[in-house]
Design a protein around this ligand. Structure first.
Ligand code: HSE
Length: 325
């Protein structure tokens, strides 16, 4: 057997399990496509119910971050703890230890974008966060690689699964806001504190990241208009329907005539002939208006265990592929 590329997970909650599953369930397919054997060799997790869930072997779990930082065979670390600390410290420590870092932590990436980028450059490692925006949708890779030869005029999207789920259920099934939120939480889409979803904070974090990638402009989420969905009523949805529109929580960033970027997050009436109007439930979508490729519309599952795990695993695999060159 050739070299095995070893990666570690920090946290084994919803996305941790999805990341582990993507790498292990598809190991043969990953090997066929990349030629590489990739193994999750350690998982940092303190909660007994996660360790005993039967998905990963008990012996790879540790409660000590140093078991991962000091293991020279581990080439990449996936931070899936969430929140601010110890997630941020662990990511910076991992970079300082020469390990590539992957995260779905949109709040941290949006708040400390420049700091993490600078640390990755300083230590000569990769910092990847595909799963931070749009769940399974490969939007960061599309902006940064596939559309390399373009300048972006506008980035517009539905990038929060919870709020899209709530608006869809209220609109299509006449469900109450409270019941729809409860369902979104039960399905594992919502943040630990769903205020971040319903007040548009999570969407604003993702828009900050999209703007940094597409326009090269870092605009913190606190510096543009943000309105959540808590004020959207069934009467608003019905009024929109009468105009052949859907109300969606839209993240929008547009290049202005003077070259500056104008950004906002707010419930917006979208005409039914716009593809964003047809994005339902926890699905997300991003419309990229480019000066050469014209419009690119990406849609997929924006939240949930395996879809988000797929994006995390893709980043880990991409790192191993680069190392193998
Ligand atoms: N709470 C987020 C959402 C999770 O509902 O989209 C995925 O980022």
């Amino acid at each position: 057997m050739g070299k095995v590329y070893k990666v570690a997970l920090l946290g084994f909650g919803t996305v941790g399990k999805g990341t582990y599953r993507s790498i292990t369930v598809n190991a043969a397919e990953i090997k066929r496509r990349t030629g590489l054997d990739i193994e999750v060799s350690r998982i940092l997790e303190l909660k007994e119910e996660a360790i005993n869930c039967g998905i990963a072997p008990k012996e790879i779990f540790t409660q000590d971050i140093n078991d991962i930082l000091n293991d020279p065979e581990i080439v990449a670390v996936a931070e899936i703890i969430g929140g601010k600390e110890p997630a941020a410290t662990f990511m910076l420590q991992a970079m300082a230890a020469g390990k590539n870092v992957v995260t779905p932590n949109k709040a941290l990436v949006a708040a400390r974008y420049d700091e993490f980028k600078a640390a990755a450059e300083k230590y000569g490692v990769e910092f990847r966060y595909e799963a931070a925006v749009g769940g399974a949708i490969p939007v960061i890779e599309t902006i940064n690689r596939s559309l390399w030869a373009n300048s972006f005029n506008q980035v517009q999207g539905i990038v929060n699964g919870t709020t899209n789920y709530i608006l869809t259920k209220m609109d299509e099934e006449n469900m109450s806001y409270e019941e729809a939120l409860k369902q979104a939480q039960a399905k594992g889409f919502a943040e630990q504190d769903p205020t971040a979803d319903v007040e548009g904070i999570d969407t604003a974090n993702k828009l900050t990241i999209l703007m940094a990638e597409a326009f090269g402009v870092y605009m913190p989420p606190t510096e543009f208009e943000r309105v959540g969905i808590t004020g959207v009523t069934k009467a608003d949805l019905e009024a929109a329907a009468a105009k052949n529109c859907k109300i969606k929580l839209i993240a929008n960033a547009e290049r202005q005539a003077d070259g500056t970027i104008k950004a906002s997050v707010k419930p917006t009436e979208i005409p039914c002939d716009n593809p964003l109007a047809g994005v339902r439930n926890e699905f997300n979508a991003i419309l990229l208006r480019c000066n050469m490729a014209d419009d690119i519309f990406l849609e997929g599952r924006g939240a949930g265990q395996d879809p988000t795990g797929s994006a995390m695993a893709s980043d880990l695999i991409a790192i191993c592929v680069e190392l193998a060159k």
